[in-house]
Design a binder for this molecule. Structure first.
Ligand code: F6P
Length: 545
């Protein structure tokens, strides 16, 4: 991987983004009337062509963003003034970019297998390769029925016990790659993978009630191996096994640990061969590429898991080398800053137009809001700019019939990412093509309607052409008009497979990093989650004997 040429010498002292000239220029460009309404901007037939960027079948169309070439140029200037290139160098070079925990954040190294002279060094390259080989060997043993339960039968079902970054990434992948779990293997099917993250007993019971204890394998996913919810889920799972005839000494056969604290797992009785490791320089919400991805490999096979890594690496190569205004993660990061800090949109909506991507929004919510929901600059001073927006959304088609009313006619300005898949040959239903067309038309129509709206004049004409009389028109026109000018980007995948999914997930990781760099915050710590845990433990104190 060739990082771009050496960046300018870093500025030693922290500069508030608000102090940058580019910031002031963008504030002027965001004044009312400075940029035309989208219904005017979109009359330019060349706009869509000019405002798009592509990578291996992934396409970003940002023509429905409230930007002009002048705004884009000022955003590029802001990126340069924020030393974006230097920060990317530091990230890939394994520097301690997680400044409050004094750690690197090297999720990019997890998908860097086979790179000559990796910027993160050969030692890490070897560590990652060794653990990846262990994971693949375990999957091969599972697929060849070498992994047997207490009754001597091969495992059929895998239950992932984990929460946050120890669940959302693998869950997103397993759901998205539905249909890739069958292949030439003699085995009737790969593992049926289930996910339980919530400590509510019903959540675990809902899964266990339909499983055979003799052929169920549990993967306890926890970077710290101290997350209370996961620990209790693991205890409950072991009790379930024992209540169904599993001898105490056979329990470890049914338990796998994936953690940065292998020492804790081993002292708790997990077998060394069933304990997989990742490192403290992998953030939980950035960890799906590590052993945390084991459920993915069990569900869709080693080759598909490696394709997922390859897709992410392709996005990494693009991120470190593409020019700023053709660089998809940088463009999305800059556009997010424009909408958040200059157009003052407090929330960011993700609308996925592919059922198999139903896990993506919760994944992005943690990635974005746990990374950038911060109030302190890297130098310890209170932030002088707004940071992460509230990220919300889900499946777009369902949203159209639930909350799109607010987006179209509410008083909240918000920005939208529409995410769609152009073709999907894998669904066996006879009318799958018609379903796909309905998804495409809905996604395009919603993006356009949000952008151009329908002013009262056109609403009156529409109502008149539908035969309504003057009185009805006068009464209803204000209620049936649409202000429009809601900005959106549309991301299209040619097909949803392991490679394109890897690109998509890495894209959002890098977008998050770009925004953190511009805001001058640390995206890799999460001190905000500890107070609640501490108070829960204090409340529990009197209950303990
Ligand atoms: O409490 C937040 C958090 O630490 C997330 O950052 C993390 O992904 C999740 O909890 C689970 O943590 P662990 O993997 O250590 O169980």
């Amino acid at each position: 991987m060739t990082l771009s040429k050496s960046p300018p010498a870093p500025s030693k002292s922290f500069t508030s983004p608000r102090a940058l000239q580019a910031w002031e220029k963008l504030e002027r460009l965001a004044l009312p009337g400075a940029v035309e309404h989208l219904r005017e901007l979109l009359t330019d037939s060349q706009r869509s062509q000019a405002m798009s960027a592509k990578l291996h079948g992934l396409e970003l169309d940002f023509s429905h963003q409230r930007v002009t070439p002048e705004v884009l140029s000022a955003l590029a200037e802001l990126g340069q003034a924020s030393n974006l290139n230097l920060h990317i160098h530091s990230l890939f070079g394994g520097e301690r970019v997680n400044v409050t925990e004094q750690r690197a954040a090297l999720h990019v190294a997890l998908r860097g297998q086979g790179i000559q002279n990796p910027p993160w060094g050969e030692a890490i390259q070897l560590q990652v390769a060794t653990e990846l080989e262990r994971i693949c060997n375990f999957v091969t043993r599972f697929e060849s029925d070498q992994l047997l339960g207490f009754g001597g039968e091969p495992f059929t079902d895998v239950v992932n016990l984990g929460i946050g970054g120890s669940a959302l990434g693998p869950l997103t992948c397993v759901q998205a790659l539905e249909g890739f779990n069958q292949d030439s293997l003699a085995k009737a099917q790969r593992a049926r993978v289930h996910f339980v993250s919530n400590v509510d007993a019903w959540s675990l019971w809902q899964t266990l009630k339909s499983l055979n204890p003799r052929t169920t394998l549990f993967i306890v996913q926890s970077k710290t191996f101290t997350t209370q919810e996961t620990t209790l889920l693991a205890q409950s799972a072991q009790r379930w096994l024992q209540d169904h005839g599993c001898p105490l000494e056979s329990l470890p056969l049914h338990m796998v640990a994936v953690t940065a604290r292998a020492d804790l797992a081993l002292t708790q009785g997990f077998l060394p061969d069933q304990t997989f490791h990742f490192w403290d320089w992998v953030g939980g919400r950035y960890s799906v590429w590590s052993a945390i991805g084991l459920p993915v490999a069990l569900a869709v096979g080693n080759e598909n898991f490696k394709r997922l890594l390859a897709g992410a690496r392709a996005m990494d190569e693009h991120f470190v080398s593409a020019p700023i205004l053709q660089n998809i993660p940088i463009l999305m990061g800059l556009l997010g800053v424009w909408n958040r800090n200059f157009l003052q949109a407090p929330t960011h909506h993700i609308a996925t137009y592919a059922y198999r991507l139903r896990g993506l929004t919760p994944y992005i919510q943690q990635l974005d809001m746990e990374s950038n929901g911060k109030g302190t600059h890297v130098n310890g001073s209170p932030v002088q700019v707004q940071t992460a927006p509230i990220v919300w959304g889900g499946l777009g088609i369902d949203g159209q019939h639930a909350y799109f009313q607010l987006i179209h006619q509410g008083e909240h300005l918000l920005a939208v990412d529409f995410i769609g898949v152009r073709q999907d040959p894998s669904c066996p239903l006879p009318l799958a093509k018609e379903h796909m067309q309905c998804l495409h038309l809905s996604m395009m129509a919603q993006a356009h309607a949000m952008a151009v709206g329908r002013d009262e004049l056109h609403t009156r004409q529409e109502m008149q052409s539908n035969g309504l009389n003057g009185e009805a028109i006068d009464a209803l026109a204000p209620h049936r008009s649409f202000k429009g000018n809601t900005p959106s980007s549309s991301l299209w995948l040619e097909e949803l497979d392991a490679f394109s999914l890897g690109m998509l997930m890495a894209l959002y990781e890098h977008k998050t990093f770009v925004q953190a760099t511009i805001w001058g915050i640390n995206p890799f710590d999460q001190w905000g989650v500890e107070l609640g845990k501490t108070m829960a433990n204090q409340l529990a104190m009197p209950l303990k004997p």
